[in-house]
Design a protein around this ligand. Structure first.
Ligand code: PLP
Length: 427
């Protein structure tokens, strides 16, 4: 038997023809090796064309600004919404830290909103409750609302936008994981005032690292671009009336992005195909429930990662050893440096059968990972207000992410599901 290669959660995947390298070479050949240039302009146009195309054939007119990271996009969108020190911003708690951290960069406070059970995303009812309660407690409305397309799943765009409009609060859609997901035939990121995209190495498409903001108006796009390039006023010398940032995308990275746009539709189709395979193969595995989109046709997830929940009653091989050892290397992702800890557990962690399944899959060369730990359970946010219903914490304890994306084959999915079956101890 040949040695099996590790199946990763979601890997970068270049076009067969190597179009990415052609555009990158062009950047070198024309000496545009700077954070602006023809690739950046063309990539922005490609992204706008993609975001503006409605399923019914009509077109929106959003503008797109390319930035150095999705995190930078969240940061600048908050600035453009006028968020300042002392303000509050409502943000989905069940998310990756990049949705909320930029709020704190500004000296503002995140107000965490728990999720609804169907989509795992921001609960519109809790959102409204939080808005009213913050107004009562602080005398001010929150300055912005950040719903997140978790693992690609659309939030309830209709109800979130209705609440936002009722109180006149701008929405910054965090569609970093939801590139190309749609609600009512409209691309995520085009519903709010701003939409965040990420092109990190593991996202739907990559520029090695990068992000973008979908903007509703040309004025907003212009302002974002100004802040992204150190906020200069029009004098022959550098005159500054505001604090800016160095957040523009490199023309080299944008070359990769232009090439990746040629495979974006294929990538999305493949993620959906993998979800469909899991759907079929996990159907009859007791205790394992694949997370799927609400029926009825309004939700069209890109299924960036496929996720499942494991019933607490399921027994997994090796479960007695879960959390027995302190972790000494990063679980998942090119995490850079992770701070060493001296305990193997925290007071809020996935169930032992989930951790046991993760370890079992690793021994089978399959990368599986817990779902994001809700921000309102993170020590660093202990003091932040949170409006909770228990949903995200409950899913965190039973959820697991499974490999998806263009590098995962049909055979891989069959192997992964066979491994899951093997891991379950039959009573
Ligand atoms: C990846 C991601 C971001 C932004 O990421 P960058 O790595 O800075 O490009 C923002 N929000 C969510 C939910 C993400 O998953």
């Amino acid at each position: 038997m040949s040695e099996r290669k590790t199946i990763y959660l979601c890997l970068a995947h270049m076009s067969e023809e190597g179009v990415e390298q052609k555009y990158v070479k062009e950047a070198f050949d024309t000496n545009w090796v700077v954070p602006m240039g023809p690739n950046v302009n063309a990539f922005e146009q490609n992204l706008a064309d993609f975001a503006n195309a409605m399923d019914d054939g009509s077109k929106l007119d959003r503008k797109v600004v390319c930035l150095s990271a999705g995190t930078a996009a969240v940061h600048l969108a908050l600035i453009a919404c006028g968020v300042q020190a002392g303000d509050e911003v409502c943000v989905q708690s069940f998310t990756f830290c990049a949705s909320s951290h930029p709020i704190t960069y500004l000296g503002a406070t995140p107000v965490f909103i728990d999720s609804e059970r169907d989509t795992w995303n921001m609960d519109p009812e809790l959102l409204e409750k939080a808005i009213l309660d913050r107004k009562e407690k602080t005398g001010k409305y929150p300055k912005a609302i950040i719903p997140v397309a978790l693992y690609g799943m659309p939030y309830d765009c209709e109800r979130i936008m209705a609440v936002a409009e009722k109180y006149g609060i701008p929405v910054i859609e965090d569609a970093a994981e939801g590139m190309g997901s749609r609600f009512d035939g409209q691309v995520l990121g085009t519903f709010g005032r701003f939409g965040v995209l990420s092109f990190n190495g593991n996202k739907m498409i990559t520029t090695s690292g990068g992000g973008a903001l979908i903007c509703r108006s040309a004025e907003d796009a212009n302002q974002i671009m100004w802040y992204a390039t150190q906020a200069r006023d029009a004098y022959p010398y550098y005159e500054h009336t505001a604090i800016g940032y160095n957040y523009r995308m490199s023309n080299v990275c944008a070359g990769i992005g232009r090439g990746q746009m040629t495979v974006l539709d294929d990538h999305i189709a493949h993620h959906k195909h993998i979800q469909e395979l899991y759907r079929q193969l996990l159907k009859d595995v007791p205790g394992i429930t694949l997370h799927d989109q609400p029926e009825g046709g309004r939700y069209d997830s890109n299924f960036w990662l496929c996720t499942a929940t494991i019933d607490p009653s399921v027994k997994i091989v090796g479960q007695e050893n879960a959390y027995k050892e302190v972790i000494t290397s990063a679980v998942g992702g090119a995490a850079g440096v992770i701070k060493a800890v001296d305990s193997a557990t925290t007071d809020c962690q996935p169930n032992e059968n989930v951790e046991a399944l993760r370890m079992f899959m690793l021994s089978k060369k399959v990368e599986a990972r817990p779902v994001w730990k809700p921000m309102h359970k993170q020590p660093v946010y202990a003091a932040a207000p949170a409006y909770v219903n228990g949903v995200s914490e409950e899913i965190f304890k039973v959820g697991i992410c499974l490999p998806a994306g263009p590098c995962v084959t049909d055979d891989d999915v069959r192997y992964i599901v066979d491994c899951i079956k093997e891991a379950i101890i039959k009573e």
